[in-house]
Design a protein around this ligand. Structure first.
Ligand SMILES: [Zn+2]
Length: 87
């Protein structure tokens, strides 16, 4: 899975994941500006991930199951579904 993440300081994509904080937040190290930061959002889903979640939802899982598996909130999934059906 390709993550489209960017450094919060310089917006470079040249970042590497650097473990998690004790609070479970993902940390990264930016190779361009050299900073160590936590990712701003812990609830980040790229398109690929959304597709995967929606596919899982259609195949068998309930929204409750989705939440358990992916930790994504129900309103988010419903929003994606709505967006998809309009496209
Ligand atoms: Zn940077």
């Amino acid at each position: 899975m390709i993550k489209k993440l960017a450094c919060r300081m310089c917006l470079s994509n040249n970042i590497v994941m650097n473990g998690c904080t004790s609070g479970g937040r993902q940390k990264y190290h930016c190779k361009d500006c050299g900073c160590y930061r936590t990712l701003k959002t812990t609830q980040y889903y790229d398109e690929e991930r959304k597709e995967e979640i929606l596919k899982t939802y259609k195949e068998r899982a309930s929204l409750r199951g989705i939440r358990r598996i992916y930790g994504v909130s129900m309103p988010s999934v419903l929003r994606w579904l709505k967006k998809k059906s309009q496209a």
